[in-house]
Ligand binder design. Structure first.
Ligand code: SAM
Length: 311
């Protein structure tokens, strides 16, 4: 499989090294089945201009919306993954702004943008805050362009905790109550984030795990459909599209990250890529030594409780 630098409909894989606003102009009307992305949050990351702020975020999204609407097929989906912007210790939920921008034109559109899910992506690790509760989730807004859309639920079912559960009353009493293919994964996805020791970690500072675009691609696109990631970073959505046999087009503006994405796809083509399977997060082994409360913590707690009692 060849990796192309410029978009053509018949390309299986297009990785564009530049501004996505230029790439989008190369894509014809109503060509794309699904857009999955995580845009820059304008939080002074290595790949952002230090002067970028919340207005930069809003302006970028206002600018990109028109092109996104134009190139998306009626019935196609958009999945926008974001977290929070933080200014002066005050947090702004970015999906709130995206919802406003992506639905603000609905009254004049033939196919309005309809929000189908606000998926909570939750993960166990991250920075520990001392001034507020530690952040352990981000969100994915799933919109469809118009009322008709694809949703292949059977492609993304996950194992039930208790598959042997049966109806205990009513006409189906005694029959198995679940679906033999597994259960709906719900709108809360517990998936480890890509930290230093994650099998998918590359040199990109803000990757999302492959399983996020992978689930969305399986559920929301036909085989060989076209997937777009305008902010493709290390090429995670490209990789998921390759694995799921969909066509892909994406843009990355920073050369080093672009190279990472090209190398990841080359490795995937050669069968040398490792990804974390879509499997439930392991419950802690309560017998493991690290699961036991250390004496130091026990003593610290006793001192803290004693102090509390005296006060
Ligand atoms: C949050 S990261 C995406 C990471 C990606 N989901 C992954 O798993 O690697 C956003 C990316 O968008 C890129 N970027 C920012 N502005 C861009 C633009 N106008 N066009 C294309 N890429 C852009 C940044 O360099 C960064 O790599």
């Amino acid at each position: 499989m060849r990796i192309y630098k410029h978009y053509k409909n018949e390309n299986q894989m297009t990785l564009y090294n530049g501004n996505c606003l230029n790439l989008l102009k190369e894509i014809p009307d109503e060509a794309v089945d699904l857009i999955v992305t995580s845009p820059p949050y304008c939080m002074k990351k290595a790949y952002e201009d230090p002067s970028d702020d919340i207005n930069t975020f809003k302006n970028l999204h206002n600018e990109i919306f028109e092109e996104i609407y134009r190139i998306l097929k009626p019935g196609g989906s958009v999945c926008w993954q974001t977290g929070y912007h933080v200014t002066d210790c005050s947090i702004i939920p970015l999906d709130y702004l995206i919802y406003e921008i992506f639905t603000s034109q609905n009254h004049q559109l033939k196919y309005p943008f309809i929000l189908r899910n606000r998926i909570i992506w939750t993960f166990g690790h991250g920075l520990n805050s001392t001034q507020r509760f530690s952040g352990r989730h981000e969100t994915i807004l799933w919109f469809t362009k118009g009322k008709e859309y694809i949703f292949n639920l059977d492609e993304v079912r996950i194992p039930q905790k208790y598959p042997g559960k049966r109806h205990y009353k009513g006409p189906n009493k005694g029959k198995l109550s679940g679906n033999p293919l597994g259960k709906n994964p719900s709108d809360v996805w517990e998936i480890p984030n890509v930290k230093a020791h994650h099998v998918e970690k590359t040199g990109h500072p803000c990757q999302f795990p492959v399983v996020i675009p992978q689930r969305l691609i399986r559920a929301l696109t036909p085989k060989n459909g076209l997937v777009l990631d305008p902010f493709s970073g290390s090429g995670t959505t490209a990789l998921a599209s390759f694995i799921e046999e969909r066509r892909f087009v994406g843009a990355e503006i920073i050369d080093d990250y672009y190279e990472i994405s090209v190398n990841r796809i080359k490795a995937a083509i050669n069968g040398e890529i490792k990804i974390r399977e879509d499997k439930p997060v392991v419950e802690p082994d309560l017998k493991a030594s690290v699961a036991k409360l250390p004496d130091e913590f026990r003593k610290a707690r006793e001192i803290a409780y004693e102090k509390e009692e005296k006060e």
